[in-house]
Design a protein around this ligand. Structure first.
Ligand code: NDP
Ligand code: 8X3
Length: 250
């Protein structure tokens, strides 16, 4: 029988590539995001190969998160794999000039949103004494770089929560692990730079970044290990990247 994976942030980038790969590999998928048109388009694409359900919500809205997840139809209500992927950086400014709205967005989405979604799904995993939670962190959760301040703090929080979840859910046989990517070319930098596409493209100039499909491939590997194997923490970088700001560019 197919397993069911719920993927937040499935409308773009890493989440979308992960949904596509898991769907091709015998997972039923629950696609989550705010952009309903993109959810429907992806559901159409994947609907011919697996069972697909969409949930349209903002991870910042705790009531919506809880209502949407508790209203899943029976065929999708047993979630085997949760991929906490939704998130973004907003701005890249020094602490003294950073925007309060950007700070709220990063903490509310990357940290509190991840908690709200997890809180809604963990009871079902506890009840069946199995499940797998993958938290998408970042190299920004392993080190701090100039002007990364609040984004780095939010991803350090994801790193801490990943460890905390693994400890607290250990008695219930639930697997918990994080994947921390370096530079992946997605819509991430367009969001960070508020639609400035040339500034976003310049982030990836002169080196070969990771593609969303590279991270999806690793997520697929992690969730298909035998049940006694839990990959707890992975840092995944482009070969050209040695640390957050140390890149070998042409
Ligand atoms: P994208 O911008 O391409 O995708 C972000 C996804 O998150 C979208 O599907 C978006 O969907 C969703 N999302 C954002 N805000 C919300 C919200 N408030 N509520 C619900 N969903 C939301 O970026 P990536 O694919 O690169 O990012 C995915 C994850 O990977 C993030 O956690 C990011 O921090 C992390 N990461 C990315 C790296 C990179 O270099 N790209 C490196 C390291 C980590 P929608 O707008 O439809 O809601
Ligand atoms: C995304 C990678 O280096 O922009 O998390 O923080 S970085």
């Amino acid at each position: 029988m197919n397993k069911t994976a719920l993927i937040t942030g499935a409308t773009s980038g890493i989440g979308k590539a992960t949904a596509q790969l898991l769907a091709k590999n015998n997972f039923n998928v629950i696609l989550c995001g705010r952009r309903e048109d993109r959810l429907e388009e992806l559901a159409q694409e994947l609907g011919s190969i697996t069972q697909v359900h969409t949930l349209c919500f903002d991870v910042r809205d705790k009531e919506s998160v809880s209502n949407q997840i508790s209203s899943l139809p029976a065929a999708f209500s047993t979630i085997d794999v949760l991929i906490n992927n939704a998130g973004n950086a907003h701005g890249l400014d020094p602490i003294q000039t950073g925007s309060l709205d950007d700070w709220d967005a990063m903490i509310d989405i990357n940290v509190k949103g991840l908690l709200y979604v997890s809180k809604a799904i963990i009871p079902g995993m506890i009840a069946k004494k199995s499940g797998h939670i993958i938290n998408i962190g970042s190299i920004a959760g392993k080190e701090v770089y100039p002007n990364g301040n609040v984004y780095c703090a939010s991803k350090h929080a994801v790193d801490a929560l990943n460890q905390a979840m693994r400890i607290d859910l250990n008695p219930f046989g639930i697997r918990v692990g994080a994947i921390h990517p370096g530079a992946v070319e997605t819509e991430f930098s367009e969001v960070r730079f508020k639609g400035d596409t040339s500034r976003a493209a310049s982030v990836y100039n002169g080196f070969e970044p990771l593609r969303a499909e590279d991270i999806a491939d690793i997520i697929h590997f992690v969730v298909t290990r035998p049940y006694h194997v839990n990959i707890g923490d992975l840092l995944v970088l482009p070969t050209a990247q040695a640390a957050a700001t140390i890149l070998k560019r042409d």
